[in-house]
Ligand binder design. Structure first.
Ligand code: UD1
Length: 435
């Protein structure tokens, strides 16, 4: 018998957060720039030879990964505080390396601008992730409608613009579903195409509007972003820009829920209320008081009532806040129904919340959450980025200590989460992997 010994990396030595529950939060908590905007705006640098200066870029491992991917393509990336300068005057290759793409799904965004600028792009398929399969069919279908020849072999998508000028041609694209990533990829590709492109059934998310604003600042001609029909008149070239990333609506939502779950009064700032309409409405339905204050929103919470919610594309309730909101509902009075409609595998946090004493029954993509008087601290595993945040939130409300593992996910999307929460009264300690 062959006995294989795998190196034992005990879960005990993984880096973790130890959250001591039971404190109320007080003061002001600041929201960083939007991760999902910043990632796509960084990719847009490939569309111009001039410098792109992005401000309010959050400090996250996902942003660092995107920087590495762009650098591998020949882009000069410089970071100073929250500002990132990207200079793509010389793009040396049109094929980002697999190892880097594999570490960041959003790197598939590069395919649109690379194709528009270089006439070809070769990008590994990003593959699925913890929350679902994450197909890119709509991206590929749209690029074909713009005249690209696209083949997928051995897990690599190769897209080439045929003809001497190697310039994409405007086209009419009807998306089967309003995919955020596909809308963004196609907007970037169409910005430099020859002629007019119409994208129908486009995603309405604020990050799509943010990209349109940046592209316009770079000289692109785009209208209709934020509506289901986006029209792009291609231009021969784009110039540099100096641009501020919008605040992160998902981080803002997470902090508002932190205020609610700890029954606190907390000022979250800055918040663009239009970006969070569905979330604010649900918090009010739960019984929270929301008051505009300066650029932010103050949440005041006492008792939390059960509510029902279903995730939908924007302006519906965002899938990225489903897990954090479920932590809140686990502490509500009464029974809530939560339906996940966007990603097929995005209820893995249910089992972890159950370990903390939550009373949740699952049927398909629906969780029936019966609120309990008190969650109890337990060792839990964050199974994806937002599920990890949900565990931290649950830990804030729980009795005793909650140990949250899976920080490699958390650090991808939350900038200094524990520092920000500790500054308003939370008690969270990061324990390194060696301890
Ligand atoms: C983006 C966000 C992610 C968020 C998601 C939904 C970034 C970097 N990530 O991801 O945080 O959770 O929007 O708001 O911005 N689909 C297809 N075919 C496709 C593409 C997508 O069927 O070709 C489906 C997906 O399976 C999913 C739905 O469309 O069910 C939404 O996906 P999409 O909007 O593309 O999400 P991402 O852009 O990947």
């Amino acid at each position: 018998m062959v006995v294989t010994t795998t190196p034992l990396r005990s879960t005990l030595v993984q880096p973790r957060l130890e959250v001591t529950g039971g404190t109320t939060l007080e003061g002001e908590i600041r929201v960083s720039g939007a991760k999902n905007s910043a990632l796509v705006l960084m990719a847009a640098c490939l569309l111009s030879k001039d410098s792109l200066l992005l401000h309010n870029v959050p400090r996250l491992t996902d942003i660092a990964s995107m920087g590495e991917i762009l650098a591998a393509l020949g882009v000069r990336v410089t970071r100073s505080g929250e500002t990132v300068e990207l200079l793509a005057d010389h793009v040396s290759r049109a094929a980002p390396p697999y190892e880097l793409v594999n570490s960041l799904r959003a790197s598939f965004f590069c395919i649109g601008p690379l194709l528009a600028r270089m006439g070809m792009a070769q990008v590994p398929l990003p593959g699925g992730c913890q929350i679902g399969t994450r197909p890119v069919v709509e991206h590929v279908k749209g690029l074909k409608a713009l005249g690209a020849r696209v083949t997928i072999e051995h897990g690599v998508v190769t897209a080439v613009v045929p003809g001497a000028g190697q310039r994409l041609k405007g086209g009419h694209i009807l998306l089967d579903c309003p995919s955020v990533g596909a809308t963004e990829t196609l907007m970037m590709a169409a910005a430099l195409a020859d002629g007019e492109t119409i994208i129908e059934n486009a995603a309405l998310e604020p990050e799509v509007v943010d990209l349109a604003r940046l592209l316009r600042a770079m000289g692109a001609r785009i209208r209709g972003a934020g509506t289901p029909t986006i029209v792009i008149d291609g231009v021969p070239s784009l110039h540099g820009a100096d641009y501020h990333v919008i605040p992160d609506r998902i981080e803002a939502g997470t902090f508002l829920i932190a205020g609610a779950i700890t029954r606190s009064s907390l000022l979250v700032t800055p918040v663009i209320t239009d970006h969070l309409g569905a979330v604010l409405a649900k918090l009010e339905d739960c019984g929270c008081r929301l008051t505009p204050e300066g650029e932010g929103i103050r949440i005041s919470a006492k008792e939390i009532n059960a509510i029902d919610l279903r995730t939908q594309p924007f302006p519906g309730f965002p899938t990225d806040l489903q897990a954090p909101f479920m932590s809140l509902l686990a502490t509500a009075t009464g029974t809530s129904m939560v339906v996940e409609n966007i990603f097929e595998n995005r209820l893995q946090h249910v089992a972890e919340l159950q370990r903390m004493g939550a009373s949740i029954r699952m049927q398909g993509n629906t969780a029936c959450v019966e609120g309990v008087t008190r969650l109890s601290g337990a060792p839990v595993q964050g199974t994806d980025l937002r599920a990890s945040a949900a565990m931290v939130l649950a830990g804030l409300a729980a009795e005793g200590i909650t140990t949250v593992r899976g920080l490699e996910y958390l650090d991808r999307g939350y900038s200094q989460l524990e520092h920000k929460l500790n500054a308003v009264g939370a008690r969270i300690q990061r324990v390194s992997g060696d301890a």
